[in-house]
Design a protein around this ligand. Structure first.
Ligand code: MN3
Length: 385
């Protein structure tokens, strides 16, 4: 029987690569639902090719065109955030791939869990905001969540056959992004174009900016904490510019396992879809004879204050990671619109973390409220700059 799949964010970087994987394995997977924000032309192409029963477009302005395009066909066409949040009502699937960006992924993920749909998660912000709530729901509804993030897929693979109790340390590798070697002075004037030019990974704009500020690695530390149930103190970040080792686990006997490969998101995506099996593919292989060295270095928290802020938000827990994430989403958006400079981002996030009220054990409503207040607070700071 084919595994039935829904993809949220099908026109983004994760969505398109998921469809590439599925296109190579049409005997194993079928597409039941696709959602896209506003890239209607690509959504139409994907719909013609993969024949989902339901499609959701975020931007209402495109709804009419979709209706016209598929007017004589039995495709359920929906629009808006409500439809996305409740996507599970409109499909019968075994697994949902959430390739959504930012907080937008939170409610659809919660609804998927409540409807007993397994999750392949690329949307790390969901765990950053509400990891504790998500984990409780996963247990309550016996739902599996498989990481797509390459580092977390690596750790997941290293932990097969191991028990959580024997983990001594998780070692998250980081490419360091395009500004790894830049001084603080040089970072002052880097542009959006420089930041979007990632040396190793081709990804969406938001995560590429997060990689250039190392916020991405901070979010990934928090993501790892919830995925693998480990204390923040047991997670170490190591710069590894070649991005060949995708992450490692050190066990209590001193043994270290690593997962390696070419930096290609299709590998972790395919594994999340096929787990516990592996599927043969023709993706490029890592060649030890042409790649001479792998390098490692400690990240500089002075130059990359975002990583420090994320680690301390993770330590403080409660709604602190939610504040960190909400403020970060707004500053990244403003940096992309060239309203603020590179180093403004980290200063504004720090101010948000200092000023927004702390809640030790927030429920979902309090987290949504924190997110809302933080976004407004951050926008105000930016407008007053
Ligand atoms: Mn990653």
């Amino acid at each position: 029987m084919k595994k039935k799949i829904a993809i949220l964010g099908s026109t983004g970087s994760i969505g398109t690569q998921t469809l590439e994987v599925i296109n190579n394995n049409l005997d194993k997977f079928s597409i039941e639902l696709l959602s896209a924000h506003s890239n209607i032309d690509l959504l139409i192409k994907q719909t013609i090719k993969f024949k989902p029963k339901t499609i959701i477009i975020g931007n209402k302005n495109h709804y009419k065109k979709l209706k016209m395009t598929f007017k004589n066909q039995k495709i359920n066409i929906l629009y808006g955030e409500d439809a996305l949040n409740n996507f599970s009502e409109y499909c019968n699937v075994n697994l949902v791939v959430t390739g959504l960006v930012g907080k937008l992924g939170l409610i659809p993920t919660i609804n998927a869990i409540k409807n007993k749909i397994d999750i392949a998660l690329a949307n790390k912000e969901t765990l950053v905001i509400a990891g504790s709530i998500i984990n409780k729901l996963l247990i309550k509804h016996s739902v599996n969540l498989y990481p797509i993030d390459s580092e977390h897929s690596a750790i997941f693979q290293c932990l097969i056959g191991e028990s959580e109790k024997s983990i001594e340390k998780i070692i998250l590798t980081a490419s360091g992004g395009p500004f790894r070697e830049k001084t603080l002075k040089e970072l002052k004037n880097v542009t959006k174009v420089d930041a979007l030019n990632h040396p190793k990974w081709k990804m969406g704009d938001k995560i590429t900016i997060d990689s250039s500020t190392l916020m991405n690695k901070g979010l990934e530390v928090i993501e790892a904490k919830w995925l693998f149930n480990v204390d923040i103190n047991k997670i170490e970040v190591v710069l590894h510019p070649e991005s060949i080792i995708h992450s490692m686990v050190q066990f209590i006997d001193g043994s270290i396992k690593a997962q390696l490969g070419e930096p290609d998101m299709k590998i972790p995506i395919q594994y999340a879809l096929s787990y516990p099996k592996r599927i043969k593919n023709n993706f490029p292989r890592y060649k030890f004879d042409t790649n001479k060295s792998l390098n490692f270095k400690k990240p500089c928290l002075k130059r990359f204050n975002n990583l420090k802020l994320a680690l301390s938000a993770a330590q403080n827990a409660g709604n602190a990671p939610c504040i960190l994430n909400a403020s970060n989403e707004i500053v990244v958006e403003s940096f992309l619109r060239e309203k603020i400079k590179f180093l403004d981002m980290t200063n504004i996030i720090e101010e948000s973390l200092n000023k927004i009220s702390y809640i030790a054990n927030p429920n979902l409503e309090e987290l949504i409220e924190t997110d809302y207040i933080t976004r407004n607070f951050t926008k105000k700071i930016i407008n007053n700059l």
